[in-house]
Design a protein around this ligand. Structure first.
Ligand SMILES: Cc1cc2nc3c(=O)[nH]c(=O)nc-3n(C[C@H](O)[C@H](O)[C@H](O)COP(=O)(O)OP(=O)(O)OC[C@H]3O[C@@H](n4cnc5c(N)ncnc54)[C@H](O)[C@@H]3O)c2cc1C
Length: 387
């Protein structure tokens, strides 16, 4: 194959597919997306795929809010079914502080994010089968939900094709040609593709891709476990997603009878995304189940269905790297989402497409620029290191 495109996107996870859709929709030029395996075969396919604007920074809140609007109208805006459900999202805390909530309620007010403070006596309406400590309260986000990450990615990719993009699965980028400080082409397992623009949406592999153009990104891949448990008897279908600060776990339904349970934050466990242990240990399952039955005693006796380990592409501060980086002209990044990139992806693609094609931005992405601005601090929830 000898081909050419105005824009080459590397990576068919949710971010690559979203960008392909929005970039093709601008009509600014030809778009090719290259995926080494199959769409959503990386961390995207394992994602909890929860969508909730629980952040202390405006950019994230605006992006997740815009993405929520897209999910709500997916069939009209993108086309097809993203498996979206909107049961709401409840955070159980002991005080309504930014630190406990992982959110800034003043910003919520300013940006019009719908939220309800829940008193101790009402918590059981939102947390089925739960028991509570005297000091516990809740925050309910009625617009919180989750999607199917594979369907989300596939429908975005199909919409990109409808808008004129070419999606190539089973094609790996093996090198990037640069002449006089400008991107010229990508070398792939299927031949060369000339292009002045390459966008690194390679997720867990994005550090390797950046090295092909001599750019060093501070991204490390770490394993993270998820348990899948049967829902206990009496657990209602369509219950809100639970995010439990005391026990540092979140839990959401997965089909009618199963629940996925995982920790907040992350645990250092470096992994090679091409060859890592995807299983979950008995000890990890015990810890996750233990955390869930601290909240709901009936979780103690419900059978384990299984579990898996997947990868977070972590940056040192837990924020992604989005935009042009210090490298050859035409080399863009959208990576390092640090275990938190699904919710915003449908909207990030739109703003990044605007940035690349020099159109006015609907959401400012400069918070995610690399090198970082001096005033940017570590994302609060990545400070929780679990065992
Ligand atoms: C267990 C788990 C739970 C999560 N839960 C949530 C959640 O509830 N909410 C949330 O917002 N986020 C969540 N996340 C994070 C979110 O899923 C990720 O941030 C997001 O999916 C990353 O998408 P991506 O497209 O950037 O990267 P990836 O999914 O890593 O995709 C990158 C793709 O690039 C391809 N690729 C790499 N190198 C090359 C190459 N050289 N040539 C061609 N193709 C290449 C790969 O094969 C891969 O398919 C979770 C993540 C995990 C692992």
């Amino acid at each position: 194959m000898n081909a050419a495109a105005d824009f080459v996107i590397v990576g068919g996870g949710v971010h690559g597919a979203s960008l392909a859709f929005h970039l093709a929709s601008t009509g600014a030029g030809s778009v090719i997306l290259l995926e080494q395996h199959t769409l959503a075969s990386g961390p995207t396919g394992r994602s909890g795929a929860m969508i909730r604007p629980l952040f202390t920074e405006r950019a994230y809140i605006e992006l997740v809010t815009a993405a929520t609007v897209m999910f709500e109208e997916w069939d009209v805006i993108v086309g097809g079914d993203a498996g979206y459900r909107q049961p709401g999202f409840v955070r159980i805390v002991s005080e309504w502080t930014d630190d406990q909530l992982g959110a800034d309620l003043k910003l919520f007010e300013k940006l019009g994010v719908r939220h309800d403070r829940i008193s101790q006596s009402d918590l059981s309406q939102y947390v089925p089968l739960g028991t509570f400590h005297d000091d516990e309260l809740g925050l309910f986000l009625p617009d919180g939900g989750f999607a199917d990450p594979v369907w989300t990615t596939r429908t975005l990719a199909r919409a990109a094709e409808q808008a004129g993009a070419t999606i190539m699965e089973g094609v790996a980028v093996t090198g990037v040609s640069v002449t006089n400080g400008r991107i010229q082409a990508v070398e792939t397992s299927a031949g060369r593709i000339s292009s002045p623009v390459v966008v690194n949406c390679a997720g867990a592999w994005s550090r390797d891709l950046a090295r092909m153009v001599g750019v060093e990104l501070p991204i490390e891949d770490h394993r993270t476990p998820t348990a899948i448990l049967y829902a206990p008897e009496g657990y209602p279908e369509g219950a809100p997603i639970q995010s439990d600060v005391r026990n540092k776990v979140y839990m959401r339904s997965m089909g009618a009878n199963l629940l996925r349970v995982a920790h907040f934050g992350w645990h250092p466990d470096l992994a090679n995304p091409d060859d890592f242990d995807e299983t979950v240990s008995q000890e990890q399952l015990r810890t996750l189940r233990g955390a869930s039955h601290q909240r709901a005693p009936s979780m103690r006796f419900t059978p384990v269905f299984g579990g898996f380990s997947a990868i977070y592409d972590m940056t040192p501060d837990g924020h992604p790297i989005v935009g042009l980086v210090d490298g050859p002209d035409g080399f863009w990044c959208n990576c390092g989402w640090s275990g938190n990139g699904f919710a915003s992806a449908p909207a990030v693609g739109r703003s990044l497409a605007q940035l690349i094609t020099q159109q006015p931005l609907d959401i400012d992405l400069s918070f995610f620029a690399w090198p970082r601005r001096d005033d940017i601090t570590v994302r609060p929830d990545i400070q929780h290191v679990h065992q």
